[in-house]
Design a protein around this ligand. Structure first.
Ligand SMILES: [Ca+2]
Ligand SMILES: [Ca+2]
Length: 289
């Protein structure tokens, strides 16, 4: 009869004993090899980096967790930002309504924790559904670090604009020229980031003749007398300024333009974003849809 450490050596007992011996023996050798000074430092560095990564993920990457990035422009535009571009939404889920929103009228930012859409208006509420008393706002956003609004005031035509209308569109048709004058909207704002205002214009030729069914529309800038055309459209939908704001938080304003009918905002319209980059005005995103 075989005995090992006072126990009968069944096959099962022997196998178990041998396995424990191998694991213990190898484990001790492994720990002895591993726990030298170099590896301990390496281990500490790995844990430290992991800790920093989790901290950054929790507190800086996205203050709303994984709820996404949303921007409301006025009461009718709902944009989601994903894959480096804006996408227009028809509706938002309840999940987003419960996100933390920054609501901004251009002078003061307010912080809402709930948004509800009632009678074609967004209603923003604070903690415990308290009324934030927000009467007017220009944008509301969630998930973005910061979006700033440009302060500007829209103005109409004055006689000094004739020079620029002639430069942009040298029409001999008096009614067309008058149409440009009557539709002209302008504002002084800094859009090239040099901290000095230039003048941003939109104008359209609404006067239609039997032979010309298209509306010619322009977005242009006059900076120290220098005229730059940002966009020209020949169709039935004139350009209008929707908002001027710093969407990507780089300190330089972008312009949101709609190719659509004024005072009739529609989700079918084409919203375009323009910016001044690499020394010139250019389109940042065509039709946000
Ligand atoms: Ca400027
Ligand atoms: Ca910008």
């Amino acid at each position: 009869m075989c005995y090992y450490q006072g126990k009968e050596c069944t096959d099962r007992y022997l196998t178990y004993t041998i396995l424990v011996y191998i694991i213990k023996g190898r484990g001790a050798v492994f720990m002895k090899d591993f726990l030298n000074k170099k590896n301990i430092i390496l281990l500490c560095v790995v844990f430290l980096l992991l800790g920093i990564y989790i901290f950054l993920l929790l507190f800086f990457n996205n203050p709303n967790g994984n709820k996404g990035k949303y921007l409301y422009v006025g009461n009718y535009l709902i944009w989601e930002y994903k894959n480096n571009e804006f996408v227009q939404l028809n509706e938002v889920s309840d999940k987003i309504s419960e996100a933390d929103f920054v609501v901004y009228d251009g002078t003061k930012k307010k912080y809402a924790s709930y948004a509800q859409y009632v009678n074609n208006n967004w209603n923003f509420l604070g903690e415990g559904y308290s009324d934030l008393n927000i009467k007017d706002y220009r944008i509301a956003y969630t998930g973005f670090k910061n979006i700033d609004l440009a302060n500007y005031k829209l103005k109409g035509y004055d006689v000094s604009d004739d020079e620029y209308i002639s430069l942009i569109n040298n029409t001999k048709n008096e009614s067309e020229f008058n149409s440009f004058r009557n539709s002209l909207i302008k504002t002084d704002v800094d859009i090239d980031g040099d901290e000095k205002s230039e003048t941003l214009y939109t104008m359209s030729s609404y006067a239609l003749s039997i032979t010309n069914y298209k509306i010619t529309s322009y977005v242009f800038v006059v900076d120290d007398g220098k005229v730059s055309i940002i966009a020209k459209s020949e169709g039935m939908e004139p350009f209008n300024i929707v908002e001027i704001l710093d969407l990507d938080d780089d300190g330089v304003n972008e312009i949101v333009i709609v190719k659509g009918r004024l005072n009739m905002p529609s989700l079918d319209d084409c919203y375009q974003i323009y910016e001044f980059a690499s020394g010139k005005y250019q389109m940042k995103q065509d039709c946000v849809r």
